[in-house]
Write a protein that binds this ligand. Sequence first.
Ligand SMILES: Nc1nc2c(c(=O)[nH]1)N[C@H]1C(S)=C(S)[C@@H](COP(=O)(O)OP(=O)(O)OC[C@H]3O[C@@H](n4cnc5c(=O)[nH]c(N)nc54)[C@H](O)[C@@H]3O)O[C@H]1N2
Ligand SMILES: Nc1nc2c(c(=O)[nH]1)N[C@H]1C(S)=C(S)[C@@H](COP(=O)(O)OP(=O)(O)OC[C@H]3O[C@@H](n4cnc5c(=O)[nH]c(N)nc54)[C@H](O)[C@@H]3O)O[C@H]1N2
Ligand code: SF4
Ligand SMILES: [Mo]
Length: 716
Amino acid sequence: MQGPVGSNPPSTDSHCPYCALQCAQRLGGHPVAAEPRDFPTNRGGMCQKGWTSADLLRTPDRLARPLRRTSEGFEEVSWDEALDDVAARVLALRAEHGPDAAAVFGGGGLTNEKAYQLGKFARLALRTRLVDYNGRFCMSAAAAAANRSLGIDRGLPFPLTDLQDADAVLLLGSNLADTMPPAVQHLAAVRERGGLAVVDPRRSATARLADDRAGIHLSLRPGTDLALLQGLLHVVLGEGLADVAYLRDRVEGVEEVRRSVAQWWPERVASVTGVPAGDLRRVAHLLADASPHRGGRGAFVLTGRGAEQHVDGSQTVGAAIALALALGLPGSRRGGYGAITGQGNGQGGREHGQKADQLPGYRSIEDDEARAHVAEVWGVTPDDIPRSGVPAVQLLSSLGVDGGPRALFVHGSNLVVSAPRASAVRERLQALDLLVVCDVVPSETALLADYVLPVTQWAEEDGTMTSLEGRVLRRRRAVTPPPGVRDELWVWAELARRLDAPGTWSTDASEVFDELARASAGGRADYSGLSHARLDTGEALYWPCPSADHPGTPRLFTDGFPTADGRARMVPATVTGPDDDVRPDAPVHLVTGRLLQHYQSGAQTRRVTQLRDAAPQAHVEMHPSLAARIGLDGAEPVRVTSARGSMVATARVSPDVPPEVVFVPFHFAGADLVNALTNDATDPVSGMPEFKVCAVTVERVDVAESMLHPSQEAVS
Ligand SMILES: Nc1nc2c(c(=O)[nH]1)N[C@H]1C(S)=C(S)[C@@H](COP(=O)(O)OP(=O)(O)OC[C@H]3O[C@@H](n4cnc5c(=O)[nH]c(N)nc54)[C@H](O)[C@@H]3O)O[C@H]1N2
Ligand SMILES: Nc1nc2c(c(=O)[nH]1)N[C@H]1C(S)=C(S)[C@@H](COP(=O)(O)OP(=O)(O)OC[C@H]3O[C@@H](n4cnc5c(=O)[nH]c(N)nc54)[C@H](O)[C@@H]3O)O[C@H]1N2
Ligand code: SF4
Ligand SMILES: [Mo]
């Protein structure tokens, strides 16, 4: 299938390396380039990141040899030397401190095969219970709420193209126009019908899509989505807009929710959220009139990270689901609730065992039946499988402290840029006895490691990814990796052997998929009817797909909910507001998020010339009135400070943010590292940190001083 670099096959069909839309690509030519292919989600489109993705294959500082830290920096070592030493150090730490001396941090960008094998590697080779991943920062709130209310967590329980038929779409905290640009096509019809409602403190690119007759933008105070949803539920349940028959036949908990929203009349909601009562009523009626029980063409309630990355994130999603249930949407074929998954394999990455409490197939690691099933597939006894670990933020804060882990393996995350309260995370990583980072580039996190192991990236490997729709897609090898680079499946197999692990450790992605499929059989995310061969012959299939002749499941809930009694659950909520709210000494809300040009921590996209040139560093988006208040004269440097840290970046003055809010993207790593400021307080239900809102001061920095803080570390 592949030859040496320069003699690649004419073209290979695959999907984009970045986000969960997983736009279909064709890779080919000299030098290799990515062209979009037609597929229902992207319909022949790609964003700027997709078009430039092949540049990642030629990045000049691509890691190509294992590196070991010395007192002077890094030295190149052979794979054998690196793996022998890492294994010996793990065994020594285990002998001294027990198996939980080693911990693992994974990523939602890993293929299903790698996510599965990483969970197995943690439990059987390292024998640790301490494994979690960056999906905790991303989908954990939505996942917890969906599991609780609907009995299953598949981000979109319907095809994305269903949005095209709707009369109304409510988007809470999603800036789709920048984060998944080709998906905006699916909103064209609803905009034409005037039915797009966007909830975002900023007038984001997506909020602008709802301008004029296309719909409505609700600019709420950051961190108040739950109050807003309580208000929408108040109107729907109180004004006779609900689907009474659906609630009677399919839903539990309606009366508790009715009581919990009784006090949230629109004028009270307005005082908390800043959203006018009339706008709230308008959106409630818009959704109700679009709902099937009132003869509408369909209505969807969708959440993104803006509504979810809060200490009440799982309650907020619970309320969004309750709203969809009140309108009779889930399972109706004309509407529903969905969470828009973020990372390339954010969906599959949260199903196959790299989560602290999880075994493959979305099984619970505390469930004895699940343990017995997976133990059998792994060829071990249930007692060989450790119990639950702890969620990411808790795991990171325990590194290197007394009684905490002494070693960490990182696969697919650039933690020191992307974790909340990142400066404290850096200190914890530095306190470890052993940090091993597998990556394709020297990310800021890799630069802290004792061992950096160079691994294959997307176009150099085979595997599968599960997109935001729960559709399992083939990632195909299109080019030969550089000679010193290895596949992570091989790295885990080699380490497992050196650690004397039980079980078998295939290095073939198709074989690992077959094992994953067996392990998932009977679980909530059942892949047992899938294989690479089957996916290669037909269209990508939606899970659950429990047998080789099963057609897959594009739409869930049509015949009931996968809960014990087949009914969905409305969960009452308590509004508390952000953990770190504005106060006299920190009067401005900082909200964080994304730019079109960069992906996540920027480890990849800051290395793509076109993207780096388009957005070379962070900026602080602020309202003209705030700029005037602090004496700014246009695009000058400002310092933003929270209780945890501070950053410096250039102001971008714009009326698109409210006067008491500043917005900063999180893709940058030098003096403009916004996660130095963010709050690591977490949602008690899901472990999601409150990335989206914290209290800050903003002040002007004189230019001479800002020269002392170059705003971005050299990328090489
Ligand atoms: N260009 C680009 N695209 C990406 C990614 C990327 O890094 N770059 N990452 C991918 C991943 S992993 C993810 S998770 C998705 C994320 O995709 P989105 O959820 O669309 O992205 P964000 O920019 O994090 O947040 C969305 C919006 O939330 C708003 N917001 C902030 N605070 C609040 C609040 O309290 N309430 C509400 N309602 N809104 C608020 C912000 O102003 C922002 O416009 O994007 C995916 N796609
Ligand atoms: N302030 C703030 N912070 C946030 C967010 C926010 O909205 N605001 N969003 C959060 C969210 S939703 C997310 S998803 C996280 C993401 O943040 P991170 O977890 O840091 O994600 P990436 O930047 O994608 O890091 C992936 C790393 O893995 C490497 N890599 C790529 N492919 C592979 C592979 O196959 N194997 C291995 N071993 N490595 C690979 C890349 O080069 C890169 O260094 O950030 C979170 N942080
Ligand atoms: S929208 Fe996402 S999957 Fe599509 S090209 Fe852009 S980054 Fe890639
Ligand atoms: Mo994410």
